[in-house]
Write a protein of this length. Structure first.
Length: 365
């Protein structure tokens, strides 16, 4: 899975990217045009369930799910018409699965905002507008290509042209296409997928706050959820300070920095999990003494489809799956004890895999 990080200048994106990837691949500086060349960071989805299963199985190896975070370039108002970095790079990010838009909540006179003011909602509108304008340009070109072909009477071309006309209307009215995909039929959604339109992808807003804002993170999130949509609160500066720390070290560091708090604070793990869910993916687990692994699959996948993730022949030769829910394994402490307690289920080809299922597959010859 690939996630594109998009941003206006000086919102803390490079600091966030560094913390996400646990490296210093992205340059962080207080001036425009800082990031020009693309950076790609492979980020592990650090699910505590995976490590508990590995502990139970005493696994020699742990393989988590991963996300590629792609940091390409920042946008400014007018980018779709060539302003700032322009839109030359847009063609290179058509295959990303979702977009994380880093927006700035914190105010600091020492850090220049490109628009001279801190307004997360206005920043979000700027980015969305530029991406929709780029999509609109592509849609209009496609309409121009298909219009003469539709005169042949081909039903598929006529339907695609009708779909494009609807899309053009939505984009002209400032509607983010991903928000209305569920209202379209399967054929139209499949056609839209072939266009790789940026506004057809889910958008997650990473609201970058200062350390002092963290005690109010629920209030801030509620505010932006209502204004923007799917949001996560992050404190990039704090996360960057914790690069290289172990989990227990991070906990102590946060307590020293923020003070004792009864509510869990948002972390980069929250952002990663939210992005994973927004794309419509989940994972199941396999666990052995050799390795414990998270296997990424689309939601609503059948057991044979899940088996095919391990090896394509497994889908064809699937017989049954032995399944124990992670919650039962966590409660009983081992596969053997959970099985003795009657928690092992035998599932067939029609079974829809649930997030966190721990599975063994029986495969025919």
């Amino acid at each position: 899975m690939k996630i594109w990080i998009v941003w206006l200048p000086n919102v803390g994106k490079s600091t966030l990217f560094n913390a996400l990837t646990n490296t210093y691949a992205a340059d962080a500086a207080n001036f425009p045009f800082c990031t020009i060349e693309p950076n790609v960071g492979v980020v592990e989805v650090r699910d505590p369930r995976l490590y508990e299963l590995a502990r139970q199985s005493q696994s020699a190896k742990i393989i988590p799910a991963t996300i590629d975070f792609v940091d390409i370039a920042w946008l400014v108002k007018g980018a779709s018409q060539g302003q700032g970095m322009g839109n030359a790079f847009l063609g290179n990010i058509k295959n990303v699965d979702a977009i994380v838009h880093v927006v700035r909540h914190f105010a600091d006179e020492r850090i220049i905002h490109v628009n001279g003011r801190v307004d997360a909602r206005a920043d979000a509108e700027t980015i969305c507008t530029e991406l929709m304008l780029a999509d609109l340009d592509q849609v209009e070109k496609k309409i121009w290509q298909l219009t003469p072909k539709a005169k042949s009477g081909d039903a598929t071309i006529k339907k695609n042209l009708s779909c494009l006309t609807q899309i053009k209307e939505h984009l002209t009215n400032g509607i983010w296409l991903h928000d209305i995909l569920s209202t379209l039929d399967e054929d139209d959604r499949s056609f839209i997928n072939t266009l790789h339109l940026l506004s057809a992808k889910p958008m997650i807003y990473a609201i970058n706050v200062w350390l002092d804002d963290l005690p109010r993170h629920k209030e801030i999130k509620a505010q932006y959820d209502e204004q923007l949509g799917t949001c996560c609160i992050v404190c990039a500066a704090l996360e960057a300070e914790m690069i290289g720390m172990q989990a227990d070290e991070k906990q102590s560091f946060v307590l020293d920095a923020v003070g004792d708090t009864t509510a869990p604070l948002p972390t980069l793990d929250t952002l990663i999990a939210t992005a994973f869910d927004a794309v419509g993916l989940m994972y199941y687990f396999t666990t052995w003494p050799q390795e414990t692994r998270a296997w990424t699959i689309p939601k609503w996948s059948s057991a044979p489809k899940a088996a095919g993730k391990i090896h394509q022949d497994f889908e064809k030769k699937f017989i049954r799956a032995e399944v124990i829910a992670y919650s039962d394994l966590a409660h009983y402490g081992s596969w053997t004890k959970a099985k003795e307690a009657g928690k092992l289920r035998i599932e067939g080809k029609e079974y829809i895999v649930q997030d966190g299922d721990v599975m063994y597959f029986r495969i025919g010859g």
